[in-house]
Write a protein that binds this ligand. Structure first.
Ligand code: ZN
Length: 80
């Protein structure tokens, strides 16, 4: 995905996640409109409280706004 819209801190966190795990994260986002897992088209990303990374974007199927929260331990031990 394009990381140009991530804040510098968010990009640093994202880059710590192995590419294979990044793909899994992006392809397993729940869309409340479609009611199933979809792929997120990321529009922005930022660090929020407690070291969580919040990715914001759109559902690739219906275009609804979706978010994916990545907790501090996610993606660091080859599992989500
Ligand atoms: Zn959707």
């Amino acid at each position: 995905m394009k990381t140009s819209n991530l804040t510098p801190k968010a990009k640093k966190r994202w880059d710590k996640i192995p590419v294979g795990v990044q793909t899994k994260i992006l392809e397993n986002v729940w869309c409340t409109n479609c009611m199933h897992g979809i792929r997120i088209e990321v529009e922005s990303g930022k660090m929020i409280a407690d070291g969580d990374l919040l990715l914001e974007g759109r559902c690739n199927e219906c275009g609804a706004k979706v978010v994916r929260l990545i907790e501090p331990e996610d993606g660091l031990e080859n599992q989500i």
